[in-house]
Each structure stands twice: as structure tokens, then as C-alpha cells.
Design a protein around this ligand. Sequence first.
Ligand code: HEC
Ligand code: HEC
Length: 297
Amino acid sequence: MLSSFWNWYVIIITVVTILACLWLLRWTRGISNRDKQEGTGTTGHVWDEDLEELNNPLPRWWLQLFYITIAFAFIYLALYGGLGNFGGLLGWTQEGQYEAEVQAAAVAQEPIYARYRQLDNAALIADPAANATGQRLFANNCAICHGSDGRGARGFPNLTDGDWLYGGSFDTVVQTITNGRTAAMPVMVGGLDEGAIRDLVAYVQSLSGIPADAAMAAKGKASFDTLCAACHGADGSGNQAIGAPRLNDNIWLYGSEAETIYTTITKGRSGKMPVFKDHLNEDRRRVIAAYVLSLSK
Ligand code: HEC
Ligand code: HEC
């Protein structure tokens, strides 16, 4: 709401401007009428020695269009909000219209979602209509991070590969979408010198069969067992309860190059999957989860 100063500021400027238009129209008409009576009837502009511009009144229909626009302005301002704090006789607001449209859409879509609610999870994953709905919801809400095909990007997991940070059961995926996820890969190597960190990087690479210096990797194993195994597992198979990725496969969230792994362990990582429970209702979260799971089938 505007303070009373700005309220009157807006009202006065608006009304005065419209009245000024009205006055201008009448005033110019007065001039041309007078010119006619006095027999001059020109604007006083002369070209090419004797070419004069006549000062005739505007055509009546044209003038009336002007009056109509002025009347329209007053009627509009009476019906809709435009004059300071005055909300208009119709009480129309953007929020009100938006709410009404959302409401109407919900009513229109209810039969569609009612059918989806009848389907169990497996049937929903296999349902082509549900997948088409899910794909649209995914495009609007998820594709910006996970890619329009769900294949992700560096730091944003690929959802089509059947490899899961947190787990790929229906309920887990719904959980992920509903409450979001925040991963915590802490910096654990504060006590290690540069060489020991490089050994550890080599060991991490060796876990997934990436060619790495065998002697360095062998030295890195001890650090891994004490610092990393608690979360990533002694064999590097990860822990879905905390979203610690499997390190003994060839699927990487951030990357497998020595430099990237070095950055991950010396700087830490904290991937964040946003919370959707306020933006998408339960029906929609379920349909998106089904679509996501259909991608990895
Ligand atoms: C702002 C970016 C962003 C958006 C938008 C986003 N996500 Fe994510 N999502 C992430 C990140 C980052 C992760 C990984 C979190 C981590 O590092 O642990 C993730 C993780 C996930 C996971 C877990 C994957 C696994 O391997 O367990 C699923 C499932 C998922 N997102 C689905 C969705 C769906 C469905 C949507 C849309 C409703 C969505 N995401 C929207 C960034 C996003
Ligand atoms: C407290 C649990 C925890 C500990 C301890 C931990 N990590 Fe992690 N690590 C994680 C989590 C969680 C992620 C996922 C980060 C994300 O999704 O943003 C991760 C991610 C990684 C990645 C990235 C994998 C990829 O796919 O790009 C590497 C590499 C890694 N950790 C190596 C290590 C090493 C080496 C150590 C020991 C020095 C270690 N981690 C200790 C939890 C841990």
C-alpha cells in the first residue's frame, strides 16, 4: 500500500493529466472555430510563397474518438485499481486472477490426476499418459539442472543411468523431490601433506580401474581406510543413506580426472537438490518420480 502522500500524488497526476487532455481538445476546437468566424481560418503557416495551412476543426468522428478514450479512462479507473490506493469497484487483482486460474486448472486436471492416483507405482511408471505429464513437469521444474533428457551435467546427477546417490526406489525418489537433499563431502585431508593427498587421488582412481600410478595408489590406501571409508565404504561402494557416491564404478558426479578428484577432496563438495514440497503437490511429485524412474528403465 502507498503512503497517503504517494496515494494523492498518483491520483492527482492521473486525474489532472486526463482533464488536461480534455481541456486541450476543447481549447484547440475553440481556436479553429474562432478562426473560421473571423474569416482567417489558417494556422499562419505558409509555404512556397502562397501555400497556406487551413485551420479547420478536426473531423467530428475523429474528435469523438478522443472523447471516447477519455471516457474510457475514467470508466476503467473506476472499475479497476489505478488511482493510488483505490482498488476499483470490481475489486480485481493480479493475485486474485492468478488464484482463480490455478483453481480452475486444478479442477480441470482433477480427473487426470484422479486416474493417476488409482494406479500403483509400477503401473504409473509404465503409463504413457502419466509419463507425458511427468515429462512436462520435469521440463518446467527439473530440466534446468538435470538437463531436458535427465542426463545431468557436472555436479547434477544423471537420472537415467540407474546409478543412485540416494537410492532408486519409488519412495526414495519421491522423498528426494519432496524434501530435497544436501550432500556433505567434508574436507578430511587437513592432516595430510601434498604427496599423501596425491597418493590418495591415485588410490581413488584405482578403485574404478582408472590407470593410476600403482605405487602411489598403494600408499594412498591407508589414508582412504582411515579418512574416507566411513562414508564411501572400505571398497568404495558408497553409502546411499548419506548420498556418498560409489567410487568404484565409472559414473562420476564431479569427474574422474586427477585434478577434479584433488579439488573434491581438498575443497569438499556440497551438492544441493532443492525442496519441492511447496511448489509441487503430492500428485505431481508422484507423477514426476514415475517419469524419472521410467528414464532409467
Ligand atoms: C537447482 C538445481 C536442481 C533442480 C532444479 C533439481 N535438482 Fe535434482 N538434484 C540436484 C543436485 C545438485 C542433486 C545432487 C545432490 C547431491 O549432490 O547429493 C540432485 C539430485 C537429485 C536426485 C537424486 C539422484 C540420485 O542419484 O539419488 C533426484 C532423483 C533428483 N535430483 C530429481 C529431481 C527432480 C525430479 C527435479 C524436479 C522436480 C529436480 N531434481 C530438480 C539439483 C537440482
Ligand atoms: C562424511 C562423509 C564423507 C567422508 C568422510 C568423505 N566423503 Fe567423499 N563424499 C561424500 C559425499 C556426501 C559426497 C557427494 C558430494 C555431493 O554430492 O556434492 C562425496 C563425494 C566425493 C567424491 C566425488 C565423486 C564423484 O562422483 O565425483 C569423491 C572423489 C570423494 N567424495 C572422495 C572422498 C575421499 C578421497 C575421502 C577421504 C579423504 C572422502 N571422500 C571422505 C561424503 C564423504
